[in-house]
Design a protein around this ligand. Structure first.
Ligand code: WT7
Length: 658
């Protein structure tokens, strides 16, 4: 057992604080205790009917041909219709969909549902002019501007599947995704604002398009006004393209889609160098995200101001900034920038200005705020907040309690929500009006979700036991596969246990049946809630002309959760230096994106390998965390370890000096 697992178990056993739902909250909650009484089929039937509007009703709830599921068969619907048009038609056109706050202080926009509809219709008409139709794959590479959800919704209106690539990814990453999906159109912007500086998105997009020949048109939003080259015939300014286009919804009707039509791909890191295109389809996804958003965040559309502080470029933003909230007629905050620009109270200023009632963020952000100190939150009136959420990694009880005390005025429930890119929707979470909370536990599977913990042999462990988190039944928003790679889909999620989804996370169940998530059990790292594969970083490193071999692992970090440590062997004749170290870190940023930059690089003449040549990451991890080493007898050359240890110690000493 690793030290980390042991630590998590100790936490579980020692954590005795309990927070029952506040009475007033429970009395008005969208989800009451009896929600757990409904049967699996009953629950999802009801949600499918109540949460969504259908052009044609579904005739079959689900079909399960392991490992592929289909949901709401026979139904016809459109996501944009559900998220926008039906709300305007019902008289909610004047309701604010997004309070947008730009990063430069004072830049603000209010986008009502009626505004959203006109912008989406105009843009969808413009896309049609470029030949975008039902089925045309579209890539989107943008920052957190209102036009990002507009672009996504315009695609769904036309029935064109999209892939949104996070604006922090490199040209290589963008090109790889566009090529994998076969994208024909790319939507981007001149530049994005980040902590006061300009991120050259169009320039990166140009590099990516040079390696993605199938992209024939590129739409460019003017955001910063920075100078960017436009290629004649391929590149189009957004504002010029929509000029003269109608914003009458009848000019561009919502395409009736089948429940199982492809909605989007979201690429995520796995255990190889190539990211996986996770497939999400129309009805099950929308129903899953809308239902979880409604019950877990207890959304009262008429009163709440909801803010999910994630980036739309990740699944959290897709499900809980765009599709779930809009489907539920929420009023949301959309913030473009970082929490510390221009100062560390920016978030709290935003909460105060808009009277935010529900805030959803990641443990890594909470720990940054903890580090900065509660005085920034104290400068502002946060009394509007009534519910807090957390996602992305296991939340340590200290951060959980700090969040509740300093942000939630020691009064609000905190919902720790477990899910994945693959699951599409939250699967394990408290219901804030029902569940007694325990700091550090995601508590119970959502109604209609059957989660369990299995041991190595596929036996379900009882209360008090630990093992691997699995899902025993399909759920509506589950992935429908890995794009173009059936074998990898079966192998990654379905090969360990029969007809049972293997999540890749360790978990324990306590005596009350509450789940405690323990982190990944595969070669996937979690840095600031972002998923990065060790092998992807290794491939980026060996791509550098001076690198012979590289091994990557993570160590614990008090802010980012995990931090990346790279062990690098240089080619003969190349000398380690501080300059070389910087060069390698930059190289990884250029190949993947700044989020994948190693925190430490340790140069070593050799890497520890098993006799069969497999790099021993567990060992490297122990070294990175200064832990006593476990069994090294399978090592081809145990002396290597001592060498690496001393190098790592040197590296640490140098860092401490710096
Ligand atoms: C992995 C999925 C889904 C949104 C963001 C991340 C970890 C996520 C929790 C949580 C413990 C969590 C898991 C999971 N994770 N939420 N509440 N408690 N761990 O999505 O990039 O697909 O990563 O994040 O390890 O497998 P993702």
């Amino acid at each position: 057992m690793s030290t980390e697992t042991q630590h998590a178990i100790d936490t579980m056993l020692l954590e005795e604080r309990r927070y029952p739902p506040p009475e007033g909250f429970a009395a008005r909650a969208n989800a009451k205790a009896d929600i757990y009484d409904l049967g699996f089929e009953e629950f999802w039937e009801r949600e499918g009917r109540e949460r969504l509007s259908w052009f044609e009703p579904f005739t079959e709830l689900y079909r399960w041909d392991p490992p592929y599921a289909q949901w709401y068969l026979g139904g016809k619907l459109n996501v944009c219709f559900n998220c926008v048009d039906r709300h305007v038609a019902a008289g909610h056109g004047g309701k604010v969909a997004y309070y947008w706050e730009g990063e430069p202080v004072g830049e603000r926009r209010q986008i009502t549902y009626a505004d959203l509809q006109s912008e989406v219709v105009r843009f969808a008409n413009a896309l049609r002019k470029l030949g975008v139709r039902r089925g045309t794959p579209v890539a989107i590479y943008m920052g957190m501007v209102p036009e990002l959800p507009v672009a996504m919704l315009a695609c769904t209106r036309l029935g064109a599947p999209h892939t949104v690539v996070f604006g922090g990814f490199s040209a290589d990453s963008l090109a790889g995704r566009m090529n994998d999906m076969g994208c024909e159109v790319l939507i981007t912007q001149d530049e994005a604002w980040r902590r006061g500086s300009r991120v050259p998105l169009k320039q990166t997009a140009d590099e990516a398009m040079a390696a993605a020949p199938a992209v024939r048109d590129c739409v460019v939003l003017r955001r910063t006004g920075g100078d960017v080259p436009m290629r004649e015939g391929r590149d189009h300014w957004w504002h010029e393209l929509v000029e003269g286009e109608s914003d009458d919804p009848a000019s561009c009707p919502c395409e009736p889609m089948s429940s199982e039509d492809l909605l989007f791909l979201m690429y995520t890191s796995g255990t190889t160098a190539k990211p996986k295109g996770i497939v999400h389809t129309t009805a099950g996804y929308l129903c899953g995200v809308a239902a979880t958003h409604y019950y877990i965040f207890d959304l009262k559309p008429e009163e709440d101001v909801y803010w999910c502080a994630a980036d739309i470029g990740w699944i959290t933003g897709h499900s809980y900034i765009v599709y779930g909230p809009l489907c539920n007629l929420a009023t949301s905050v959309l913030y473009e920038g970082t929490p510390d620009y221009p100062d560390k109270d920016r978030w709290w200023e935003i909460v105060e200005r808009y009277g935010v009632t529900i805030l959803y963020t990641a443990p890594t952000a909470i720990r940054s705020h903890m580090k900065w100190g509660p005085e920034y939150a104290r400068r502002h009136d946060l009394s509007s907040l009534r519910l807090l959420g957390s996602v992305g990694e296991p939340i340590n009880p200290e951060a959980w309690v700090w969040y509740r005390e300093h942000i939630g005025s020691d009064r609000t429930p905190v919902v720790d929500t477990w899910w994945q890119t693959e699951t599409g929707m939250i699967l394990i979470s408290p219901l804030p009006g029902v569940t007694t909370l325990k700091p550090g536990s995601a508590t119970k599977p959502f109604p209609g979700v059957e989660a369990a913990v299995y041991d190595e042999h596929g036996n379900e462990v009882g209360p008090g036991g630990g093992g691997y988190l699995v899902l025993k039944r399909p759920w509506p928003a589950m992935l429908r596969g890995i794009f173009g790679d059936d074998e990898r889909y079966r192998d990654t999620y379905w090969s360990r246990y029969e007809n049972t989804y293997f999540a890749g996370d360790g978990a324990r169940i306590d005596r009350d049946g509450d789940f405690w998530l323990l982190g990944r059990v595969d070669d996937v790292m979690n840095v600031s809630g972002h998923r990065i594969s060790t092998i992807e970083v290794e491939s980026a490193l060996v791509d550098h002309p001076d690198v012979a071999e590289a091994a990557v692992c993570s160590r614990k970090d008090s802010t980012t959760g995990e931090a990346i440590v790279a062990y690098v062997t240089l080619k003969a004749g190349r000398e380690p230096s501080v300059k070389k170290l910087q060069e390698l870190r930059d190289h990884v940023a250029r190949k993947i994106g700044p989020i994948a930059k190693p925190a430490n690089v340790v140069f070593t003449p050799e890497l520890p390998k098993t006799r069969s040549g497999k790099i021993m990451r567990r060992l490297l991890r122990d070294i990175a965390e200064n832990r006593p080493l476990g069994d090294t007898t399978t090592l081809a050359d145990p002396a290597v370890v001592a060498e690496i240890q001393s190098r790592a110690a040197e590296e640490k000493a140098q860092e401490a000096e710096a």
